[in-house]
Design a protein around this ligand. Structure first.
Ligand SMILES: [Zn+2]
Length: 203
C-alpha cells in the first residue's frame, strides 16, 4: 500500500495523466482526511475550484489542493508526536487522563476524522491547517462550552452518525463532530438534551 508521500509525488508528477494524478490525491485522503474522506475531498474541491467529478482537473489546482493537505498533515503529525511524548511521560509519572481522551486519540491516530463531518457538504471553510490549529489549541487547554473550530455554542447530540463513534456532539454551524475531550461535562449534557429527533419534531 503506497504511503502518503509517494502518493503526493504521483499527484505532482507532470508526466502522469491527469486522471491518475487526481486519483492519487483521492488516495492521499485514505491516509489523511481530517473531515473524513468525502467531506475533505469536498472541502479541497471547493477551495481550489476543482469540479468534484472532473476526471482531468487543472493540475495547478490539484497541486494547490495537495499543498493544503500536506500543510495540515504536518500540523497534525507535529501535534501527535508531541502528544505521544507527553503521554509517555505522564504514564511514567503515574498520571492518568480521562479514558475518553485516549479513546479519541486512538480512533483518530494519523489524522483521519479528527474533525469528522458527517454530512460531506457541511464542513468548515477555512484552510485545513488553520482548522486543525484551532482544534489542537482546544485539545491542549481546559475543556470549553463551544465548538473548538467556529466557537459557536450550537452543539447537538446525534445518534445516527455514519462513522465511529456512531453518536456524539455535532456543531450545527460548521458541521464537525466535536471531540468529546474538548467539551465540559456541562456542555456535553446540554448537547445530549438537544437531540436531532427533538429538532425534527420542533420543526
Ligand atoms: Zn463549529
Amino acid at each position: 500500500m503506497a504511503g502518503f508521500r509517494s502518493l503526493a509525488r504521483q499527484v505532482r508528477d507532470p508526466r502522469s495523466d491527469l486522471a491518475l494524478r487526481r486519483y492519487s490525491l483521492r488516495k492521499c485522503l485514505e491516509r489523511f482526511a481530517p473531515y473524513g474522506h468525502r467531506a475533505t475531498w469536498h472541502h479541497l474541491c471547493a477551495r481550489h475550484r476543482i469540479e468534484p467529478e472532473d476526471r482531468a482537473p487543472d493540475p495547478v489546482r490539484l497541486v494547490r489542493a495537495l499543498e493544503e493537505l500536506e500543510e495540515a498533515r504536518a500540523v497534525w503529525l507535529g501535534y501527535e508526536a508531541g502528544f505521544a511524548e507527553r503521554r509517555r511521560r505522564e504514564k511514567h509519572e503515574g498520571l492518568r487522563r480521562p479514558g475518553a481522551f485516549d479513546d479519541w486519540h486512538r480512533r483518530t491516530w494519523g489524522g483521519n476524522g479528527v474533525a469528522r463531518c458527517d454530512d460531506p457538504v457541511v464542513h468548515p471553510s477555512a484552510p485545513l491547517g488553520e482548522v486543525l490549529g484551532r482544534l489542537i489549541a482546544a485539545l491542549e487547554s481546559e475543556p470549553g462550552t463551544t465548538c473548538p473550530v467556529c466557537a459557536r455554542a450550537g452543539i447537538v447530540w446525534r445518534q445516527d452518525l455514519d462513522h465511529e463513534p456512531w453518536s456524539g456532539p455535532v456543531c450545527t454551524d460548521c458541521g464537525i463532530v466535536v471531540p468529546q475531550p474538548v467539551l465540559t461535562p456541562g456542555a456535553l449534557a446540554r448537547a445530549r438534551r438537544i437531540r436531532t429527533r427533538d429538532l425534527t419534531s420542533a420543526a
